[in-house]
Design a protein around this ligand. Sequence first.
Ligand code: 13P
Length: 234
Amino acid sequence: MILATNFKSNLTRAKTVEYLEKVEAYCEENSISDEVMIFPPASALCEKSLHVSVGAQNAFGVVNGAFTGELALDQLQEFGIKTILIGHSERRHVLGESQELIAEKFNFYKEQGFRIVYCIGEPLEVREEGNSALLAYLDAQYKGIDLSYKNLVIAYEPVWAIGTGLTPTLDDVELIHGAIREETSAALLYGGSVKAESAKSFLALDNVDGVLVGSGALNPDDFCSMIRDAASLQ
Ligand code: 13P
């Protein structure tokens, strides 16, 4: 399974180092074999530890150049970063990234052999239109994305579930992951208001290969509890 946490614009570099040490020690002491990833803010990027990979929340699809405010491949390589999150709903909807730009980033980091966690998910008004509208919306988010890329992980994160405390029902998650599974053999993560208390029920579902957690994993003890729950399901 894959346990991933996205810090977004939370935690400092110092707090990230503490966090990483704590999670690394937990994985070591408990011989964790699941894949564990953290996505800290850009100011806290650092080398991978033994069990925990460190990924970038965003980067431009170039080696380097004149792109004010963006990180590029050179800056990621300095820390040995080989994992990236692409298509997150906050980048799509708050920062206005188009599908075209997202696909460009995807193709650049695919060429570099990165592990890509590619996020998809529908807003509430689409959800309210029913399942066929929802799946058509997700289909549009596959445009320009190679769903057979071997280092691809897909995170299904309904926009209305992110940071709201709301989640789809377990049956809904299973249904949507089943539909995504028909398109790709990539590992499928569920994200959106996953908490320490609820992670296990998502992880136990068919076609859920892991979770991508924001606020519910800002405390490393909560993230370790999710890692423990995943290990107990094996
Ligand atoms: P929350 O867990 O805070 O809902 O955020 C989920 C998310 O966006 C992870 O990428």
